[in-house]
Design a protein around this ligand. Sequence first.
Ligand code: B12
Length: 256
Amino acid sequence: MALPTIAGLTPSDWDIEIHDARTTPVDYDRKVGLVGITSYTADITSACEIADVYRSKGVKVVMGGVHVSALPDEARQHADAIVVGEAEAVWERLLRDCEKGELKTIYKSNTLIEMSDMVIPRRDLLNRSMYSSFYSVQATRGCPFNCEFCTVTAFFGQVFRTRPIDEVVREVKGLESKEFFFIDDNLSKISKSLNSPDGYREAIKRIHGVGINIVGSFILGLDGDSPDVFKRTYNFIMENKIDAAQFHILTPFPGH
Ligand code: B12
């Protein structure tokens, strides 16, 4: 959602294209005035390579996102400007500076944004056929927990910020699909409490009961895990009919 959101924040006197370098090779000969790159830690090496090629051709590059915000000094070696934190408060200023040829090195918003009147992400700029899960919606930002492996609290804050419900409903109604994906990090409605798998069983039943699918994201390799963790995790997924599952090896990410 990062680039569709940035596109939504961009004033209409700019022409915008979104290019996904994970699906299509980059056309470095395309004439562009400014390149903005988003990247998670998993993709940062290729993101920096792309930035380097553009800059070698004299194109200005801005980088942002959770990884860049955690390690700004690394990104500064590959970009003319970097955005630390949420883009909403600084993006338009950055563009106006760019137009005047006065791009600064770092743009950082001092506060977390208000969650009302948020822009509708420009999904129309993405190639629909490239993605299996397309209609992502963000209703909240931040997380009250502070799990040691996770970037979310460090980046979006420990305060659980919620969008006004009518604005979320309006966005969902505007989608061309009846299937959409809430990308929020917690489902406070089910009173999720940390590390209580018994509570999860009941919560899963209730979520399924109202017709909502669940993506279960499982981290393996915690200190207390023994080899039976794989079988137990598999059984949990099958018994509870989790609709889609992702498996991760415990990985420390920068920034916390
Ligand atoms: C949804 C989601 C997914 C979905 C994506 C599905 C979809 N169709 O969207 C799936 C399940 C596929 C997924 C996969 C993975 N994910 Co994930 N995912 C998320 C989640 C929950 C939401 C992402 C999102 O859209 N956020 C909303 C946008 C608007 O926020 P944003 O990207 O941060 O952008 C804002 C700012 O950062 C900034 N910004 C960002 N980029 C740029 C660029 C410029 C130029 C500028 C100016 C500003 C800017 O502006 C935006 C507006 O303020 C986040 C957690 C979170 N709450 O963000 C984790 C998260 C991004 N995922 C994470 C991880 C680790 C992964 C995986 C690596 C897991 C794995 N082991 O496979 C893969 C990576 C896939 C890949 N190669 O990209 C980590 C990344 C940590 C890190 N340091 O990299 C996060 C932060 C969760 C966490 N627990 O820490 N993920």
